[in-house]
Design a protein around this ligand. Structure first.
Ligand code: ZN
Length: 322
């Protein structure tokens, strides 16, 4: 692998701190020059990954890169346009920011809802059925792992399809809220034909004034989607669930993530500390390149089916399988 370190491209990410919290930060994408070309010799590129992973139960950590072939853009991959997502502090600070958020989410969430799982998602399902994958820890909010059929999935950064009230805690589906927002904003879609679709079920719009926001139908409180905003923290229950998957595994496979966000990087560091092999399959530089045992710059849509065909099945009775 080249000498790329993610800090070269993501200066705002900063060096990892020993006591790093799980607060989620925005980072800038690397330049397109950091994107490695897909290797022509897939077998040669992936054989070291197969050797490192075979016979071990796996914890899989996925990011936006696994969903790009389902049409969901990855705004941290090399060459992506810079973008400034709304922080939790902004969202909480004013009704104007919430209006801006919901106007964009009203369009963006439908794009996530229409996306379908790809060959990478399906390969991880097959590996879970065969006892190889012990769980998936994903930074994605698109639910494509669950929709493909993966059973044990930790949605580290939440899910786009659930809305909760910050007052009374009532939870509703995003689809139900869509009905209410559509009734409050007839014809809104017409104003946003050129909406840019963003990875967090968000769509960048120029004009969001005039959008009518819905409050909680139970108590009138402020609603939010059940996703982790930038500046937000990962809920402790999810941190515990992710830790269990990593501790049960004999190796970690990172698929389609630059690990720019510490909420995912910490699990790779933990596995590495415990002497477990770390394999990273993603195009472009990652923050774990210095500790990865194998680093492969191949798209997950090609790499994961290749691995699923070759990794031997495991049962709970196998040595090293807990
Ligand atoms: Zn409420």
């Amino acid at each position: 692998m080249s000498g790329h370190r993610v800090e070269d491209f993501f200066p705002t990410a900063g060096p990892p701190r020993p006591s790093a919290s799980l607060r989620v930060k925005n980072v800038l994408p690397p330049p397109s020059s950091a994107l490695a070309p897909e290797p022509a010799d897939l077998d040669g590129a992936l054989r070291p990954a197969l050797a490192a992973l075979a016979g071990r139960p796996l914890a899989v950590i996925t990011g936006a890169g696994i969903s790009t072939d389902s049409g969901i853009p990855d705004y941290r991959s090399p060459g992506s346009p810079p973008r400034t997502p709304m922080t939790l502090q902004q969202y909480l600070s004013s009704a104007r920011w919430r209006q801006h958020y919901w106007a964009r989410n009203h369009i963006g969430w439908q794009h996530a809802a229409r996306a379908v799982p790809n060959a990478g998602h399906r390969a991880l399902v097959e590996l879970e059925v065969r006892g190889v994958v012990r769980g998936v820890i994903t930074q994605n909010i698109d639910l494509l792992h669950a929709r493909a059929g993966s059973v044990r999935v930790v949605h580290l950064h939440g899910r786009y399809d659930v809305v909760r009230c910050m007052g009374c805690g009532a939870r509703t589906s995003r689809a139900d809220l869509h009905e209410r927002l559509s009734a409050l904003n007839p014809g809104w879609r017409l104003q946003v034909d050129d909406a840019e679709i963003a990875p967090d079920a968000d769509a960048a719009l120029a004009a969001t004034t005039g959008f009518v926001v819905a409050d909680c139908a139970v108590c009138g409180g402020v609603l939010r989607t059940d996703v982790v905003f930038f500046g937000d923290s990962v809920p402790p229950a999810k941190v515990d669930a992710a830790r269990r998957i990593v501790d049960e595994a004999g190796a970690v496979l990172v698929a389609g993530s630059s690990l720019a966000v510490s909420s995912a990087l910490r699990w790779v560091r933990r596995a590495h500390r415990d002497g477990k092999p770390v394999v990273v399959i993603t195009r472009g530089p990652t923050r774990a390149d210095d500790i990865a045992d194998v680093r492969v710059a191949v798209s997950t849509t090609r790499a994961l089916p290749w691995l699923a065909e070759r990794l031997p099945s495991l049962s709970r009775g196998d040595p090293g399988v807990r």
